[in-house]
Design a protein around this ligand. Structure first.
Ligand code: MG
Ligand code: MG
Length: 286
């Protein structure tokens, strides 16, 4: 109980979205008007991922998926966030099995039955980015791959469940770490989630495990975070291939990842890249 709050009539401690754009602890808080645009950017991302999830077939190449994603993002009036970002050559990151993140789509990368495929993409729309990643089971996958996929999505939602005003990034990190441990998999520590908005990657870093490096940021309405735990079936260690982008597991074990762009709302969270809220037909209305 806040004593002052009781004494001053009309005062409320309920957190609210900022009326104007501002920054707290180095983190941008978005206004309702800015969030309306971000919702559009995120919806474009969710639409593309939902469509890709439905269309993936053995025999396609990851370059096929990239071409589709780029066309769809541009058709919906946005530009691909990833293309040209630090020189990245494509609109999606496509990773198969032991590839962890930042896989470059290639014509010769054929998708096969039994593969665990990760597709990550972003869209830049009217000044704001959305960012999301899904793992797709291509046909029947191994029991271990199924468990890893389930654990990766569970870890994401464990993290998201901690998103509310007053909680901190440590609450998100701890929930993800504990969830992954309960499944007996390892969480990759070389990459983190991030703030997202006017920039694809902005403050704060959103860690997926407890660490002293964690910025001591309290969550406030208007913060928009990309939460994206990466789980390996074996060791957490990764290495980057000669193409300078594609990251793989050192022990060749399989890897899975899910990511959402999430708003800290006044009462909790809103998943801006929620694919369940994106009927395929909606794309034509954007
Ligand atoms: Mg992403
Ligand atoms: Mg991201």
């Amino acid at each position: 109980m806040n004593f002052l709050a009781k004494l001053i009539p009309g005062r409320t401690d309920a957190p609210t979205l900022p009326k104007r754009h501002r920054r707290v602890q180095g983190v941008e808080l978005k206004t309702e008007a800015e969030l309306e645009i971000m919702r559009q950017a995120a919806r474009i991302v969710a639409t593309v991922l939902k469509e890709i999830e439905a269309m993936v077939q053995p025999g396609m190449s990851t370059a096929d998926l990239d071409a589709y994603a780029e066309k769809r993002i541009r058709d919906m009036g946005a530009t691909p966030s990833f293309k040209g970002y630090h020189g990245f050559p494509a609109s999606i990151c496509a990773c198969i099995n032991d590839e962890v993140v930042h896989g470059i789509p290639r014509k010769r990368h054929t998708i096969r039955r039994g593969d665990l495929l990760k597709v990550d993409t972003g869209a830049y729309y009217n000044g704001f980015h959305g960012d999301s990643c899904i793992t797709i089971a291509v046909g029947d996958i191994s029991t271990k791959a199924k468990q890893l996929m389930t654990a990766a999505e569970a870890a994401l939602y464990a993290g998201i469940s901690q998103v509310k005003p007053g909680n901190t990034l440590l609450d998100i990190a701890g929930a993800i770490e504990d969830c992954v441990a309960s499944y007996g998999f390892s969480v990759v520590e070389d990459f983190t989630g991030h703030g997202v908005g006017r920039n694809l990657h902005e403050a704060p870093s959103v860690f997926n495990f407890r660490t002293r490096q964690l910025p001591n940021v309290k969550l406030r309405p208007g913060m928009t975070l990309a939460i994206e735990p990466i789980l390996n079936a074996g060791s957490k260690q990764t290495r980057t291939l000669k193409d300078q982008w594609t990251v793989v597991t050192v022990d060749r074990s399989i890897s899975a990842q899910f990511e959402h762009t999430v708003l800290v709302s006044e009462t909790g969270y809103e998943i801006l890249t929620d694919r369940n809220q994106v009927p395929l037909a909606l794309a034509s209305c954007l």
